[in-house]
Write a protein that binds this ligand. Structure first.
Ligand SMILES: NC(=O)c1ccc[n+]([C@@H]2O[C@H](COP(=O)([O-])OP(=O)(O)OC[C@H]3O[C@@H](n4cnc5c(N)ncnc54)[C@H](OP(=O)(O)O)[C@@H]3O)[C@@H](O)[C@H]2O)c1
Length: 285
């Protein structure tokens, strides 16, 4: 049994990781315990707990907000990852660092492989890419795990926003030309611990549910599974949904590295059905 320190333990993914029955000892590190932008505090927190593995699920995740707060985005998503990597090196721990599909610009015609060259478009995306580089600059036992469109029961995520907007407005307009892979946090938690159990070598891993989908199709599926299939949804181009940040339109990830170890996540629509059940919605007939 290993000691696994879960950084960002109160976040959407962190909560799922904390509760996951991995067979290891889980130690949570929340912002209240340690602000990870404080390098000395990170070193003290990690060296005093002496974990075998550190999973970094902490991040500044407000993609649009990062455009006006680049210093904060870089402090949390890049420099703090360097602090964690140095602390992991100090205690000999493996660092599993969670990153994002947004490190790609979404212009490729194929799903991105782990070895494809990133090109980040937004401040958030550039800060996440810098975090990947900082982790590997300071430590050699680093698994970078890129995920996309993360969701879990109770989290602040796209499905929750769609439900809230549908109930408030009674009709929706949803972008139909932005594509991605939904990633159900419990499926990700399982795959992360499977990677560790398989002794996965340092490197980059793409872990998302299988299949790509547009925001529009995903919204329609969310409404259908939650008894709101009657709510009208108008597909719109991204140009009709202005945002402070520029999201990649097709930053779809291919899982090759983990799949080579036999680790795959199920199709996104199966995961979404489980999410709906966990949220208390009865299964569709
Ligand atoms: N959400 C998505 O759609 C998505 C997509 C692709 C990749 N990702 C990546 O997946 C990972 C997990 O995302 P998530 O949705 O679980 O994020 P989340 O719910 O926003 O949780 C982020 C966590 O980081 C903590 N945190 C932020 N700043 C901190 C600081 N200075 N010191 C210590 N802790 C700090 C937050 O603490 P507080 O609660 O106290 O603020 C929170 O617990 C992140 O790396 C994210 O970039 C997410």
């Amino acid at each position: 049994m290993s000691r696994v320190l879960i950084v960002g333990s109160t976040g959407q993914l962190g909560r799922v990781l904390m509760a996951w029955p991995s067979g290891h000892e889980h130690i949570g590190l929340a912002r209240a315990d340690c602000d990870i932008t404080d390098g000395a505090a990170v070193m003290a927190a990690v060296t005093s707990r002496r974990p075998d593995v550190v999973i970094n699920a902490a991040a500044y995740t407000d993609v649009d907000g990062a455009e006006s707060r680049p210093d904060l985005a870089y402090a949390v998503n890049a420099h703090a990852v360097g602090h964690l990597a140095r602390a992991c090196r100090e205690v000999g721990a493996t660092l599993v660092h969670v990153s994002s599909n947004e490190v790609f610009d979404g212009t490729a015609q194929h799903p991105y492989d782990e070895w494809d060259q990133p090109h980040a478009l937004s401040v958030y995306a550039r800060s996440k890419l810098a975090g990947e580089n900082a982790a590997r600059f300071y430590h050699d036992r680093v698994l970078i795990v890129r995920v996309a469109w993360l969701f879990a029961p109770g989290g602040n995520n796209f499905p929750a926003k769609i439900l809230a907007a549908a109930d408030r407005l009674g009709r929706l307009r949803v972008v139909a030309d932005e594509f991605g892979n939904p990633t159900y946090a419990p499926d990700l938690a399982r795959a992360l611990f499977e990677l560790l159990a398989a002794g996965a070598p340092p490197g980059i891993y793409h872990l998302t549910n299988e299949g790509m989908v547009s925001r529009y199709e995903w919204a329609c599926a969310i409404l259908r599974l939650t008894g709101r299939g009657h709510i009208p949804v108008t597909p719109i181009p991204h140009t009709e949904w202005p945002r402070p940040s520029r999201p990649p339109l097709r930053a779809v990830l291919a899982n090759r590295a983990a799949a080579a170890l036999g680790i795959r996540l199920r199709p996104w629509h199966e995961a979404l059905a489980e999410w709906a059940a966990a949220m208390g919605y009865p299964p569709l007939p």
